[in-house]
Design a protein around this ligand. Structure first.
Ligand code: GRG
Length: 331
């Protein structure tokens, strides 16, 4: 999709215009934070879904992207408050630099603007965005309930991942399909695609938190364990070898023990099991858009596998890559 960067530039420009405030306390941190940004994954998916059916990228689609990216941005700002994070995208978080009170306000302000932009497209899109915000909050709340819970179940983990991450990615695909005036079955298929891709995306992200480094991912790693967030590999290990995991968790883990735990999760096959789960979700995503087979854009069908292979090949520490062998896929 060679034209994607041009559309993403428009999204960024319209995002800036949609959130202008006369109030300096709100505008200054926004200006500082908007100088940088992440991957714009959700906007890219929304555009790719619309393009898959030859839709011209118009103001409606760009507004859909702006709404989704604003919710994403607000969720990151609030997430950084909860995690007490110092940096994001290589710069100080708003909670760290401008303070907690401003970070709460800016996040709330962006959510309100996201709802405004969404409802300017249609009341249906307004409702979808509001529902999505509620799901993110529920996902985060469910994660908090499970903090330091060594008995966290796989079911609870997967529900949290669905609400906290997959829901917004799914919403992006749904809005792309609605704005491209696709049929109801196709809207449902793309919504399912986004859900499954989002699940695989977060499971890989959780594996990287255990097996990567800040140097490779450009964000702090090992945070989940420190904060008592037990993700899929730990849950799988504890279900099958409670004694071993409880031994690791008995004392506060120091970083050298983190490495020992990571090595154990790799050699005992729990990382492999988690990667297989992520790949299964990736396959579900691809299968839900089988009808695209004869369309001109193979991108969406290839994306889950491409992303998994890219992340595992480029972001895992070398010592683990060799142990996981074929599982990490072609570079
Ligand atoms: C204010 C909407 C709102 C919610 C409050 C804090 C919270 C409740 C929810 C947390 C949601 C959250 C941050 C989930 C993590 C999702 C995730 C995988 C983020 C990283 O996505 P990338 O990699 O981000 O696409 P970049 O850095 O590329 O923008």
């Amino acid at each position: 999709m060679p034209e994607l960067p041009v559309y993403l530039k428009d999204v960024k420009k319209f995002m800036g215009l949609a959130i202008v405030s006369k109030n300096k306390t709100i505008q200054d941190p926004i200006d500082r934070f908007m100088l940088t940004q992440g991957k714009q994954l959700r906007a890219s998916l929304l555009i790719a879904v619309a393009l898959s059916h030859g839709q011209v990228i118009n103001d409606k689609i760009i507004s859909g992207c702006v709404a989704v990216e604003l919710v994403h941005l607000a969720s990151l700002i609030h997430d950084d408050i909860i995690d007490n994070a110092d940096t994001r995208w290589g710069i100080d978080t708003i909670s760290n630099k401008e303070g907690l009170d401003r970070a709460v306000l800016v996040g709330d302000y962006l959510l309100a603007k996201a709802c405004l932009v969404a409802s300017s497209i249609s009341s249906e899109i307004g409702e979808i965005i509001a529902e999505s915000i509620a799901k993110l909050c529920e996902g985060q709340a469910q994660e908090l309930e499970d903090v330091f819970n060594l008995s966290r179940s796989k079911k609870s983990y997967l529900e949290t991942v669905d609400n906290k991450t997959a829901s917004l990615i799914s919403t992006a695909c749904q809005i792309g399909a609605i704005c491209a005036d696709l049929s109801e079955p196709k809207v449902a298929a793309f919504t399912k695609y986004g859900h499954s891709f989002g699940m695989s995306f977060q499971i890989i992200d959780d594996i990287l938190d255990l097996l990567s480094s800040e140097k490779l991912t450009l964000k702090p790693t090992g945070n989940d364990l420190k904060e008592g967030i037990y993700t899929l590999p730990i849950i799988l290990a504890r279900t099958q070898d409670k004694t071993q995991i409880d031994k690791f968790m008995k004392n506060d883990l120091i970083s050298s023990e983190n490495d020992l735990l990571a090595q154990y999760l790799v050699s005992a096959g729990y990382i492999k099991e988690a990667v297989i789960t992520a790949r299964e979700y990736g396959l579900d995503a691809v299968n839900s858009i089988k009808f695209l087979v004869n369309k001109g854009t193979p991108g969406l069908r290839q994306l889950p596998n491409l992303y998994q292979n890219w992340a595992l090949n480029n972001l895992l520490k070398d010592q683990y890559k060799s142990q996981l062998g074929n599982l990490i896929g072609a570079a």
